[in-house]
Design a protein around this ligand. Structure first.
Ligand code: NI
Length: 439
């Protein structure tokens, strides 16, 4: 049972009040903990939970209150979870975690602690010093049921009474905020100031956006007027100021989420050249890319070298990918990047879309090193550059999280490839683009 989620969870303080020393923000093998809109129950009693890489997880220590015996073996750094004899202790109110979509995903750290359930080793994680285990693994002790409509996961332990089911409530310590491009996020009340500093608003009537014309005029409009002005040759980004298009190939993947979080936080855009056969597995992530206004490009169905295919073979690669993308986003892809950058006249004409290569090659796939990826960009970037990265590596996601504020600080507007093209005369089907400079 896989629960994929589209947002981010920063674990609310009501959930994890424990403190722990975390050496680095990312840890050595950090991953991303995601928000959860899923309620978890044991015999209908709500239990605090969150989401790691598509799995609902609970704190091992909390299981003590739910009829389990939880024993810490410090010598072996082992948490042993067994079915106990105790009943279930009613808990204080359990809240669902907030959807804090604008913040970087909170990293969880690798752990040297092992966990066993019923004598068998199970996967565990460390969040803020707490050992977390997968709810699914509790099926060793009883029946785990998933209710996809209510978005609830329930464990039924026999020999213990079933409680009256109580609805898990949304967290009251959160506030909805608004951005000028129509995005909304829910953040903790303690985070409101931090978000205001990066142009989020508590009051929707405050939300305006600045639009730009080629002749240097600017205009402030309310958020809902933006589409009208865009049709009248106004631009979201200043066409006369520095622009860079970050592009990410070969995804979507589980690392894409962290990149999206950072782009969203800074109101930045990027282009994702997706591989069609990955879309069904990561449809929630693709959907979020689209909802955030990112551009979706076509990077073939299965990363084939298109120069080796027949015309109908090339067209099939394009169409299958378009169909998969539009089934999720409602829109076809707008741009094309051939796998390996491998192109020919036949490939370009069969695809018949703007053919986007790059002007800054980070070689992130080769180095798998966040610092060299960041350096490759910061040491070379110029106005009009198209930067090549891959959202299938953790190192690339880390690099992107670092790069986004750095580039903005240097005065670059982070735009989609089409936005860059539109500001500079438009893109033509079948034409090859590397960087797109101002003439
Ligand atoms: Ni590729």
């Amino acid at each position: 049972m896989i629960k994929k989620l589209a947002g981010v969870l920063l674990l609310a303080s009501v959930i994890f009040t424990g403190t722990c020393a975390v050496d680095s923000e990312w840890g050595d093998e950090a991953g991303y903990s995601l928000y959860s809109d899923i309620g978890a129950y044991i015999n209908n009693n709500p239990i605090k939970s969150c989401n790691i890489e598509g799995n609902t997880v609970v704190c091992a220590a909390d299981l003590e209150n739910y009829g389990f015996s939880v024993i810490w073996d410090g010598r072996n750094r082992l948490v042993k979870i067994e079915r106990g004899t105790k009943g279930i202790t009613p808990q204080e109110k359990v809240y669902k975690d907030a959807k804090r979509a604008g913040m970087p995903a909170k990293p969880y750290l690798s752990t040297d602690i092992r966990a066993e359930m019923g004598g068998k080793t199970v996967q565990c994680y460390n969040i803020d010093g707490r050992t977390m285990v997968r709810f699914d693994d509790l099926e060793k002790f009883g029946e785990v049921k998933w209710d996809g409509v209510q978005r609830e996961i329930c464990l039924e332990l026999d020999r213990l009474p079933m409680a009256q089911k109580t609805e898990i409530e949304e967290n009251p310590n959160v506030v909805t905020m608004y951005a000028s491009d129509g995005r909304t996020i829910t953040v903790g009340t303690d985070e409101v100031e931090k978000y205001k500093a990066v142009n989020w608003h508590e009051d929707i009537s405050e939300v305006t956006a600045t639009l730009y014309a080629k002749d240097g005029r600017t205009l402030t409009v309310f958020a809902d007027e933006i589409p009208v002005y865009l049709k009248l040759n106004w631009y979201r980004s200043d066409p006369n100021a520095k622009m860079v298009a970050l592009t990410f190939d070969d995804g979507p993947s589980k690392y894409t989420e962290a990149i999206l979080n950072q782009l969203e936080k800074y109101g930045a855009k990027a282009t994702f050249f997706v591989v069609g056969n990955r879309v069904s597995q990561y449809s929630d992530i693709l959907k979020r890319e689209s909802e955030l206004g990112m551009e979706i490009g076509n990077h073939s169905w299965d990363h084939a070298n298109l120069t080796k295919l027949s015309e109908s073979g090339i067209k099939a690669q394009k169409t299958k990918t378009d169909n998969a993308v539009s089934a999720v986003t409602g829109k076809n892809t707008t741009l094309f990047r051939p796998p390996y950058g491998s192109k020919s006249t036949a490939v370009a004409s069969a695809y018949n879309m703007p053919l986007i290569l790059w002007s800054v090659d980070t070689l992130d796939w080769k180095t798998r090193n966040a610092k060299s990826t960041v350096d490759a960009v910061m040491n070379n970037v110029k106005d009009g550059d198209i930067v090549l990265m891959h959202d299938i590596y953790e190192s690339s996601a880390r690099a992107a999280v670092e790069l986004i504020p750095k580039l903005i600080e240097q005065g670059y507007q982070l735009v989609t490839v089409s936005e860059l093209g539109n500001a500079r005369g438009g893109l033509k089907n079948g034409t090859v683009y590397t960087g797109i400079r101002n003439n």
